[in-house]
Unconditional design. Structure first.
Length: 100
């Protein structure tokens, strides 16, 4: 089973391992990442990457207090992958756990 492992960078302690197999799992992980302030996405000028532009749009809207936009699962997988390491307060990795 795929899991999304989220560790606090400052303490290196495992914060959470979320199921990441189904579309519902992926979209729940997206919501968790934003609601728990695991990332601080900073806009970049002249972004030519559509996924990155969508990530920045979602982060900015959420910061302003708008309802969190939850894209489709495939796009969410790409968006999570486009978060830069410098923007993370947590280490977010997609893992495969054959034991689950």
């Amino acid at each position: 089973m795929k899991i999304l492992n989220i560790d606090a960078i400052s303490t290196r302690q495992s914060a959470l391992a979320l199921p990441y197999e189904t579309d519902e799992h992926v979209q729940s992980a997206w919501e968790y990442i934003f609601r728990r302030n695991c990332v601080d996405v900073r806009p970049e000028p002249n972004v030519n990457n559509q996924d990155r532009a969508m990530l920045e749009y979602c982060a900015e809207a959420f910061r302003k207090g708008d309802e969190l936009h939850i894209p489709g699962a495939d796009q969410t997988r790409r968006l999570i992958g486009s978060i830069r390491q410098s923007e993370m307060s947590h280490d977010i990795r997609e893992l495969f756990d054959p034991a689950i």
